[in-house]
Every structure is written in C-alpha cells, then in structure tokens.
Design a protein around this ligand. Structure first.
Ligand SMILES: CC(C)(COP(=O)(O)OP(=O)(O)OC[C@H]1O[C@@H](n2cnc3c(N)ncnc32)[C@H](O)[C@@H]1OP(=O)(O)O)[C@@H](O)C(=O)NCCC(=O)NCCS
Length: 97
C-alpha cells in the first residue's frame, strides 16, 4: 500500500504478509514515510489503512518485531502505540565491542 501526496508522488509505503505467524496473524513487512513528509500524520493514516486492509483479508493481528538501543524506543514505536498497538514482549541482546 502506498500513499501519494497531492502532486501524485509516493510519500510513504506500508505492507503486510498475511498469515505469516499463523492463521490470521500477519507480519507488518514495511512501514515508512519519506523524511520530508514525516510528522504530518501520514504514518498514522497509512497504518490505519493497512490495518483495515489486513482485517479485510481475515487477519486478526498485525505483528512487527523491531530493534532499538537499550535506552530508546524502536523507530515507529510511538506511531504504533498511538494507533492502539501493544508491546507484548521485549528481548535483550548484549554485544561485546
Ligand atoms: C515511523 C514513521 C513511518 C512514522 O511516520 P510519520 O508520518 O512521521 O508518523 P505520524 O506523523 O503519523 O506520527 C504519528 C505519531 O507518532 C509521533 N511520532 C512519530 N515519529 C516520532 C518520533 N521519532 N519520536 C516521537 N514521536 C514520534 C508523532 O508525533 C505522532 O503523534 P501525534 O499524533 O501525537 O502528533 C516514519 O518516522 C518513518 O518512516 N521512519 C523511518 C522508517 C521506520 O523506522 N519505520 C518503522 C520500522 S519498525
């Protein structure tokens, strides 16, 4: 699913893979808005349309695994949480430099 700006150019992209984690559990495979269009509500709109699209094909959950440094939220987390998402699990990976 792509969102275009008033000039007909693509400004964001989102997609999901149905049943990726089991029956009715889709994987959010991509979700991004071009930097110059961020912070204007496009991501939330795109996510809402993506959720609608997932529901239309029988998906009950849309799941994403994402990474972040230990003292910060992953990219996209604020948008997901404001759209009603929940953090269901967190994993810690330590790496020696
Ligand atoms: C994540 C992304 C798609 C959000 O798109 P966007 O168009 O900026 O999102 P919105 O404008 O709809 O913002 C939704 C809400 O989240 C907040 N938000 C978005 N990015 C934020 C950030 N980096 N830090 C804090 N809040 C943020 C907005 O303020 C807004 O809250 P509000 O409704 O109270 O104003 C965009 O930042 C992006 O493409 N990032 C790079 C790709 C990426 O990280 N994708 C996620 C992969 S897991």
């Amino acid at each position: 699913m792509a969102r275009s700006n008033p000039w007909g150019k693509t400004s964001g992209l989102a997609g999901f893979s149905p049943d990726a984690y089991g029956d009715g559990e889709a994987r959010l495979t991509c979700f991004c808005v071009l930097p110059e269009h961020r912070g204007a509500g496009l991501g939330s709109t795109l996510l809402s349309h993506t959720l609608d699209g997932a529901r239309r094909v029988g998906q009950k959950r849309l799941v994403i695994y994402t990474l972040a440094y230990i003292d910060s939220l992953p990219p996209g987390a604020v948008t997901y949480l404001k759209s009603g998402a929940r953090i269901e699990a967190e994993y810690l990976q330590l790496q020696r430099k």
